[in-house]
Structures are given as structure tokens and as C-alpha cells.
Design a protein around this ligand. Structure first.
Ligand SMILES: [Cu+2]
Length: 132
């Protein structure tokens, strides 16, 4: 075991040196897209996001999407929020959430995502239109 240690250490050093932006995708290489931008007023809306690697158009699987916030900032009501609940995904690269859309108008959906193996956090703010 001890004689393997230096090579493990060397591998770690190489890995660390590679983890500069050159070796990784940038946050701008990813895109979070709403499947539907218009929703009816009411409880239990299912909001679906497609997470895409724009370099290959491949779905991004296994990302952790957090810091979700839904508020009415686009209509000047930033303090009016609605809780967002993550739902299980149904297909690769599709991330689903549930929220009560308690007022018609424009809502801002704020999302941050961690992609496996990537350093940068992907962030997006997407406007949802809720119709009466
Ligand atoms: Cu409102």
C-alpha cells in the first residue's frame, strides 16, 4: 500500500491541475429550458425543465437542482412567493417541480444547478406566465 501512495498523490495533483476552467465545461455550456411557459392559475402546477448541454444537445442527467424560488418579481411583487417542490424526473435531463400558482401574471422561477463533475454552478431565471 505505501508504495502506491506516491502515484496516487501524483494522480491527485494532476486531477487538481486539470480542474481549471479549460478542462471543464463552463456554466454557459448548459441551458435550462422550460417545457411550458404558460400555465393556468391554480394549485399543483407541474413545471418541467429540460437541462441541456449546449455543446452536444445531450440531456444533462443526475444534476442537483437547488435554490429554487418562485416569485412575482416580473410584475413588481418580488416578495410574493410560492413554495417549489421537486418531483421525481420521468426521463433523462427532465427535471420536474410542483408549485401553487396563486395569482395570474408573470412569475420568475429561479434555479441553480450542480452538474456532476463540473465546478461552476449553472443558474437560470425563467419567466412563467400564469393565465386566469
Ligand atoms: Cu402577485
Amino acid at each position: 500500500m505505501p508504495r502506491y501512495f506516491p502515484s496516487i498523490l501524483a494522480a491527485l495533483v494532476v486531477a487538481t491541475q486539470l480542474s481549471v476552467p479549460m478542462a471543464h465545461a463552463a456554466a454557459s455550456d448548459f441551458n435550462l429550458v422550460l417545457v411550458e411557459t404558460t400555465y393556468p392559475f391554480g394549485d399543483g402546477a407541474v413545471i418541467e425543465l429540460r437541462f441541456i448541454d449546449t455543446r452536444t444537445n445531450a440531456p444533462v442527467e443526475g444534476a442537483v437542482i437547488f435554490a429554487t424560488r418562485l416569485d412575482m418579481e416580473p410584475d413588481g411583487m418580488e416578495t410574493m412567493t410560492s413554495p417549489v417542490l421537486a418531483l421525481p424526473g420521468e426521463e433523462p435531463g427532465l427535471y420536474r417541480f410542483s408549485a401553487d400558482l396563486t395569482m395570474d401574471g408573470n412569475w420568475r422561477f429561479s434555479v441553480a444547478a450542480k452538474v456532476q463533475g463540473e465546478v461552476e454552478t449553472v443558474q437560470a431565471q425563467i419567466v412563467i406566465e400564469v393565465q386566469p
